[in-house]
Ligand binder design. Structure first.
Ligand SMILES: C[S@@+](CC[C@H](N)C(=O)[O-])C[C@H]1O[C@@H](n2cnc3c(N)ncnc32)[C@H](O)[C@@H]1O
Length: 341
């Protein structure tokens, strides 16, 4: 018979354990970087009962009944305002409450009807402004949330989903299989490469590149139960900006002149966000910032944004009733002129 603990775990009822080592570390860094906002952000991050889950409907197996139900329950769609780029085919519902729909089970041959996600993770996808027929690279793609969100927006001519970690690659394949119909799978290439080498292998190939980078992932780090593992991660954290810059350099090579590059992370850390983008902007004369403040203006009723240095960046910080993020997004363009490097 299943133990009570196992049963509770399988039902998602076990209280998550906060890792004090990580919390102390965040406390020091983020109270300095975010100032007064940090205490609210911390209260949300450490209280999973306050977390919210948005519902991205799958246009390839559209749940009309569920949509009616969500309206009745008071859910609303993201971006009711006017955003310059907002594909009607992408429907994401959210509510101010912490209600959570159950996740659907993977069943071979059956497409899922919806995907639960942190609503802020749609911002990098929207910033990419994907159009039908474009060639797009999702350089760090597993578990695949942003890949399937991209396919809700438009039908690319070619989508390359890459993931370096073999186990996570399996998860990515399963996500694609669960949400995308077979004929569309033919335009998707899945690979298991180190993103750092992709630019040399496929120079000036893509119209759009998304680098949803490996990062500190603040929410999950806070609940990494083992404090020894946490201490290791904190050490390792110092190296992340180097990896992130290398991934971006490779992405820039893979991008065609005139193409768009979006960088995103799910950490609040300045070293992994603003500092990485400043380094890129300072070292390439053919990489220019693209203003994305319009997104923040359009959806300020749903998200809380922290101030950032540049017009090409957004930082969503979790707040009560708007418990989305952390999510940092930066948008860059490769111009036609020759770069310094
Ligand atoms: C933030 S996650 C991506 C989440 C994904 N975009 C989504 O929306 O579901 C970052 C991913 O980058 C992968 N990664 C780490 N190092 C990498 C590398 N050198 N090249 C490519 N991917 C890498 C990690 O294994 C991880 O799955």
């Amino acid at each position: 018979m299943m133990s009570a603990r196992l049963k509770a775990k399988s039902e998602g009822k076990l209280a998550k354990q906060i890792c004090e080592v990580v919390l102390d570390h965040f406390e020091k860094q983020y109270s300095r970087e975010l100032g007064d906002s940090w205490s609210t952000v911390r209260d949300v991050l450490i209280s999973p009962s306050l977390w919210q889950y948005a519902i991205l409907l799958n246009r390839f197996n559209y749940p009309f009944e569920l949509e009616k139900d969500l309206h009745l329950k008071g859910y609303h769609t993201l971006f009711q305002g006017s955003l310059a780029y907002y594909p009607k085919s992408m429907k994401c519902y959210l509510s101010r409450t912490t209600d959570r729909l159950p996740s659907e089970r993977h069943q071979t041959g059956n497409l899922k009807k919806y995907y639960l996600l942190n609503a802020a993770s749609l911002l990098p996808v929207l910033a990419l402004e994907l159009r039908d027929g474009e060639k797009v690279l999702d350089m760090c793609a597993a578990p695949g949330g942003k890949s399937i969100a991209l396919l809700q927006c438009a039908c690319p001519g070619y989508l390359h989903c890459n993931e370096y970690d073999r186990l996570r690659l399996r998860w990515l394949r399963q996500t694609l299989e669960s949400f995308i119909p077979q004929p569309l799978v033919n335009i998707i290439k899945v690979s298991e490469l180190d993103g750092r080498g992709m630019g040399d292998a496929q120079p000036e190939t893509f119209d759009k590149v998304l680098v949803d980078a490996p990062c500190s992932n603040d929410r999950s780090w806070l609940f990494s139960s083992d404090s020894q593992k946490a201490a290791c991660r904190i050490q390792h954290r110092r190296n992340l900006p180097f990896l992130q810059v290398e991934l971006l350099r490779s992405a820039i090579k893979a991008l065609r002149p005139g193409g768009l590059l979006v960088y995103s992370t799910c950490t609040l850390s300045k070293a992994e966000n603003q500092d990485v983008i400043s380094e890129i902007l300072n070292s390439y004369s053919n990489i220019v910032p693209v203003d994305i403040r319009g997104i923040a203006r359009t959806c300020s009723q749903d998200f809380t944004f922290a101030p950032t240095d540049q017009e090409c960046e957004l930082l969503v910080i979790p707040n009560k009733g708007k418990a989305w993020g952390p999510m940092y997004v930066a948008k860059l363009k490769k111009s036609w002129s020759t770069g310094k490097w």
